[in-house]
Design a protein around this ligand. Structure first.
Ligand code: ADP
Ligand code: ASP
Ligand code: MG
Length: 404
């Protein structure tokens, strides 16, 4: 007998028909003699709709109240799915994040899981019940409901799999695996049988929302057997995410894009030591992740520093810079949200010269201008004008012949 965690995303549980289909996958797994923990997201666009509702009432609601609101979406799908399974005659119970001991920090709307106290979960499994858990949420030390950030149900699933030592964690979604790029943008994209944790982590962090990036981080840390597959065609083999994959000739594993990017530039900073340290330590103190960083060569005693972050962080970054203008010592600040990031990812890149050049050539051929470049051992990212990102993804995907 195995313990299997199955996570179903919003599109997989969007209506009664889909709930019945998902219930079929779950009960088949249970009938085969397995213990099953199920993690669900809110139905369809529920989370977006709730955010809209909140904005009608208060354009700037507190994050605590937002978490209280958004967590309800997952409660609806968990209870409805439990009722569906109940109706099929199987023993089942739905539990919220706090009922099954998901403890998080207090960073409302982007909380991190600190520990999972799995006693209740294990007790329900001992009673041979199928346990349905609300994804995306937990509880903090003040007994407040917290949420894990958009797409966070994947992370809930992996956290429960790690805490309960599950044999497998299956992420069921509306595509049948991880592709070389979003198959909705590039129909020629190819499904990958396997991908490494590191590659998947980069792809997810750079915009491939098929998996929440922190779910991949956690699966790697706790050695969770993780796979992505389709709730529509559950018999099709999905993609396995693991530490080491079979030897592959593919240098570039995938292409990702992200429109949730803001570029901020601090200009005319005094060209002396410690400026970058000041800026980025201030941002780090406020939990603000930055991605691509570009510093110009000093000219006439001054330099410019530009960086990117997610759009949601923009106002806070501007406020922090404004409040610390004297300490940082810059002249002007400018920003642009009309930009997108396009990235290539692949563990084979590090030992292959010319990969970045090939990517830039693809963009040149497509007449797309590059504003900033960021690289690591296994990725190259470029910042381009928003609106060009799909064209860029296609051009790069073609250039590296990833569809073949
Ligand atoms: P869920 O609601 O199941 O969590 P998401 O919408 O979060 O589903 O993630 C699935 C979507 O991720 C797919 O519909 C697809 O458009 C998108 N996607 C982006 N990049 C990729 C990729 N490289 N491979 C597969 N899907 C991707
Ligand atoms: N319902 C949440 C969201 O839409 C969490 C998730 O789907 O994983 O972001
Ligand atoms: Mg998702």
């Amino acid at each position: 007998m195995s313990l299997i965690v199955q996570k179903f995303g919003g599109s997989s549980v969007a209506d009664a028909t889909k709930l019945r289909r998902v219930a079929g996958i779950i009960t088949d797994t249970y009938k085969a003699g397995n213990n099953v923990i199920v993690v669900v997201s809110a139905q369809g666009d529920t989370t977006d709709d709730l955010i809209e509702k909140a904005k009608e009432i208060n354009p700037n609601p507190s994050k605590r109240e937002m978490d209280m609101l958004l967590s309800t979406g997952e409660q609806i799908s968990a209870s409805l799915l439990a009722m569906t399974i109940e109706n099929m005659g199987f023993p089942v119970i739905s539990l919220t994040g706090w009922q099954c001991g998901v403890h998080t920090d207090s960073n409302y709307s982007a909380s991190r899981i600190k520990k999972v106290k799995a006693e209740r979960l294990n007790a329900e499994l001992d009673k041979k019940r199928i346990v349905i858990v609300t994804g995306f949420q937990g509880i903090n030390k003040y007994d407040d409901i917290t949420t894990l950030g958009r797409g966070g149900s994947d992370t809930s699933a992996v956290a429960l799999a790690a805490a309960c030592h599950a044999d497998l964690c299956e992420i069921y979604t509306d595509v049948d695996g991880v592709y070389t790029t979003d198959p909705r943008i590039v129909p020629e994209a190819k499904k990958l049988d396997e991908i490494t944790f590191d590659e998947m982590l980069e792809l997810a962090s750079l915009g491939a929302n098929v998996l929440h990036n922190r779910s991949v981080e956690m699966a790697k840390k706790y050695n969770v057997n993780l796979c992505v597959r389709s709730s529509i065609t559950p018999n099709v083999e999905g993609t396995v995410v693991k530490e080491v994959v079979k030897m592959e000739t593919m240098v570039v594993r995938g292409v990702a894009k992200d429109n949730d990017v803001a570029r901020i530039s601090l200009c005319n900073i005094e060209d002396t030591p410690g400026k970058a340290f000041r800026i980025f330590s201030l941002l780090a103190k406020h939990n603000i992740n930055v991605d691509i960083i570009l510093q110009s060569i000093g000219r006439e005693g001054t330099k410019d520093i530009s960086f990117t972050t997610s759009e949601g962080n923009l106002q806070q970054v501007l406020d922090i810079c404004e409040a610390n203008k004297e300490i940082i010592g810059y002249g002007d600040i400018s920003y642009n949200t009309n930009v997108s990031k396009v990235s290539i990812v692949g563990a084979g890149m590090v030992s292959n010269a010319g990969v970045a050049a090939k990517m830039f050539e693809a963009l040149y051929d497509a007449n797309i201008n590059i504003h900033m470049i960021g690289t690591s051992e296994i990725k190259v990212s470029v910042l381009i004008d928003q609106g060009m990102e799909n064209k860029a993804v296609k051009a790069i995907h073609d250039k590296f012949e990833l569809g073949n």
